[in-house]
Design a protein around this ligand. Structure first.
Ligand SMILES: Cc1cc2nc3c(=O)[nH]c(=O)nc-3n(C[C@H](O)[C@H](O)[C@H](O)COP(=O)(O)O)c2cc1C
Length: 220
């Protein structure tokens, strides 16, 4: 087991890093470790509706800069910049990606596929009402992507790597730059969130949080 204090230390170490040391690059094996924690993240029904696009191309980062108000200093200075995509297509109960996951990844028996499909159809149609419009389903896929985001940032902090989640952009403008650069097909994918990784150049400011009593309610 990992020492609890060591884990809490990592949570205190993690902060939204505003500017990175441009001269420090995350070693390959450390960045692969961070990506692996994204890959191993849980997702509803286990369908992993995400993709991690690591944007190292300086020209593309430069194109993103004018439309990314939330990462003015992070984009040019971070070691690794990741666009986390969420699926738009293929995620209905009868969709291609869902079928691929059940048949090719999980290798479920035909009976298991039938049972799961029925549960997933009800979940999408009535439990969570995800099929009322395309946005509902995309947002649900984004929720899964944010779990991977959190895990990657925490894992990074545990090995001394700083990060900053980035939602500071106009979604249409940001996606247009990525689509123009051929990063994804907008019929199949949308941008969930972005995240910069690297090493801080300034000390972090004091961590501010609400007291536990304000956010936890015990019913006994
Ligand atoms: C989903 C998400 C998006 C965020 N977007 C930005 C951003 O675009 N730019 C930025 O500097 N910080 C961004 N933040 C950082 C938050 O402002 C920060 O996490 C919060 O103020 C708490 O501070 P801490 O992370 O340093 O503890 C974002 C955080 C989250 C979780």
């Amino acid at each position: 087991m990992i020492d609890k204090q060591a884990i809490l230390d990592a949570f205190h170490f993690r902060h939204a890093c505003k500017e990175f040391d441009p001269n420090r690059k995350i070693p390959v094996e450390d960045f692969e470790f961070i990506l692996e924690t994204g890959r191993l993240s849980p997702s509803s029904f286990g369908y992993e509706p995400w993709r991690f696009v690591v944007i190292q191309d300086p020209a593309l980062r430069e194109k993103l800069l004018p439309v990314t108000w939330g990462a003015k200093k992070q984009l040019p200075t971070c070691s690794h910049y990741v666009a986390i995509l969420a699926r738009k297509g293929g995620m209905r109960y009868d969709g291609a990606h869902v079928q691929h996951m059940m048949h090719d990844i999980y290798k479920f028996s035909p009976e298991r596929v039938a049972g799961r499909s029925a549960v997933y159809q009800k979940f999408q149609e009535s439990d969570f009402k995800l099929l009322e419009n395309e946005r509902a389903l995309f947002d649900w896929n984004c929720k899964q992507a944010y779990i991977a985001l959190g895990n990657m940032m925490t894992a990074a902090a545990m090995i001394g790597v700083d990060s900053c989640p980035v939602e500071g952009y106009d979604q249409d403008e940001e996606e247009a730059v990525l689509v123009e650069a051929g990063v994804f097909d907008p019929k199949e994918w949308g941008l969930a969130v972005m995240v910069a990784f690297g090493y801080r150049i300034h000390p972090q400011s004091t961590k501010v949080r609400q007291p536990m009593a304000d956010i936890v309610k015990w019913l006994e």
